[in-house]
Design a protein around this ligand. Structure first.
Ligand code: GLV
Ligand code: MN
Ligand code: MN
Length: 423
């Protein structure tokens, strides 16, 4: 490749930063007995982590800018700085009980790539940028990949700004409160290419005995909110046949989703009810109301459409079966996204040059890359996780060698892309 041969990142430096960032928003997770990370988007913890990452970006010589949805980009000038940049990045917000690697590996790995270029006084033809996107998890404001989808133009800034969390705080208020209501236009200049390095969050790489994967695309994701309206009545005195029990209806929905997944009728459907609350919430009162979320994933768009239609029909049937009315409300939906074959091929050739065995796989999880893929050639590097690749829990863990190998692949692929002339 270059006059300096293949690049290797500083694994200790990357590890140190992953550990340090995980201290921001750290909490004691009772179920696992481990330290977890809780850094929901645009909370004080997220803001503190953002400031820390910006400091590291600046120390690496990057020029930082913030856009109107709070996405942050750090830029390293190119020899021809007028050329479209090569972008890398991910997110630093977490789920409520997260680990140290989800998203952060792509962002801190990106900064480590820049430091590695600096170590070698390596200038690139094209500018190189590292970014992190607002509310990738969707846990706080209900829409996943929020910042990247606004940047890519799938969602409008106005829509995103008006979203509220459970306490009624809006995205725009929280951007202002945390100081991340940047001045830059949310529709950023189109990059030459984007690569996101991310932990796999599943078992495929570990089962194949490899540290890295090349990602072909991301499956469809459907998020809905379901409200169930029954009737509160006395737990002891109301005969079973007279009840309009929203809790029983909720249980029926949860079990139907599992049945749908196991039946094979909807392809490779995966379904999860991860959030549920009951009203009035008393031991001795039949529940009158339930609010719950439904997360469906499917590697096939038609099978996803069929699954959503079946679920809607099942929910309408709750009135006749349980005397409970159901209202489904769309939170978010993304279609299957296929990544750019050219960037995947470049990653494969780079992995071969590095002597890194890899698997080629679709992503089970959603990623900012699926949004950025709408505006420029995009692909992802996966890094294997321990314990079957378990993630969205403090048990999430990728060892230093796997993270280092993923970052090496990122560094060399980014260097190659950033060396590509126009045309
Ligand atoms: C993002 O982590 C997702 O929900 O897939
Ligand atoms: Mn992630
Ligand atoms: Mn995640």
């Amino acid at each position: 490749m270059s006059e300096i041969g293949l690049l290797r990142v500083n694994r200790d430096r990357l590890r140190t930063d992953l550990v340090r960032l995980a201290e921001i928003g750290a909490y004691d997770d009772a179920p696992t007995g481990l330290r977890g990370v809780r850094r929901l988007a645009l909370t004080d913890e997220d803001a503190q982590a953002r400031r820390q990452v910006i400091e590291w970006m600046r120390e690496a010589g990057l020029v930082v800018r913030i856009d109107r949805i709070g996405n942050v980009y750090g830029r390293r000038a190119g020899i021809d700085d007028s050329m479209p940049c090569v972008l890398m990045g991910s997110h630093i917000d977490t789920v409520t009980s997260g680990g140290a690697f989800d998203g952060t590996l792509g962002v801190l790995g990106g900064i480590e790539v820049v430091r590695t270029f600096n170590d070698h006084n390596l200038r690139t033809l094209r500018p190189v940028e590292v970014g992190f996107f607002t509310e990738e998890e969707g846990v706080r404001f209900g829409v996943d990949m929020l910042g990247s989808s606004v940047t890519a133009g799938r969602l409008t800034l106005e829509f995103a700004h008006k979203l509220t969390d459970d306490s009624g705080a809006s995205v725009s208020d929280e951007l202002v409160r945390t100081g991340f209501d940047g001045p830059e236009p949310e529709r950023r200049p189109i990059p030459h290419a984007y690569i996101e390095c991310h932990i796999e969050q599943g078992p495929i790489l570990a089962a194949a005995g490899v540290d890295v994967g090349i990602v072909t695309g991301v499956q469809s994701i459907s998020w809905q909110r379901l409200e169930l309206h029954g009737e509160a009545s006395h737990a002891g005195a109301t005969p079973i046949e007279h009840r309009k029990d929203a809790g029983v209806a909720a249980a029926a929905v949860i079990l139907e989703i599992r049945r749908m997944c196991e039946s094979g009728e909807f392809g490779g459907l995966r379904g999860t009810v991860g959030k549920l609350s009951m009203e009035p919430g008393s031991t001795n009162v039949v529940p009158s109301g339930v609010r719950m979320t439904i997360d469906l994933r499917n590697p096939d768009d038609d099978a996803m459409t069929a699954a959503e239609a079946h679920l809607a029909e099942f929910v309408s049937g709750l009135a006749a079966q349980h005397g409970v009315a159901g209202i489904l409300e769309r939170m978010a939906k993304t279609l299957v996204r296929e990544f750019d074959p050219g960037v995947q091929a470049l990653l494969a050739a780079t992995a071969d040059d590095l002597g890194l065995p890899y698997v080629v796989t679709m992503s089970g999880a959603g990623h900012d890359a699926q949004e950025i893929a709408a505006i420029c050639p995009t692909a992802m590097v996966f890094v294997a996780g321990e314990y079957g690749g378990i993630s969205h829990t403090p048990r999430e863990y990728s060892n230093p060698a796997a993270c280092g190998n993923g970052a090496d692949l990122l560094a060399n692929a980014i260097y190659r892309l950033a060396s590509q002339p126009a045309g």
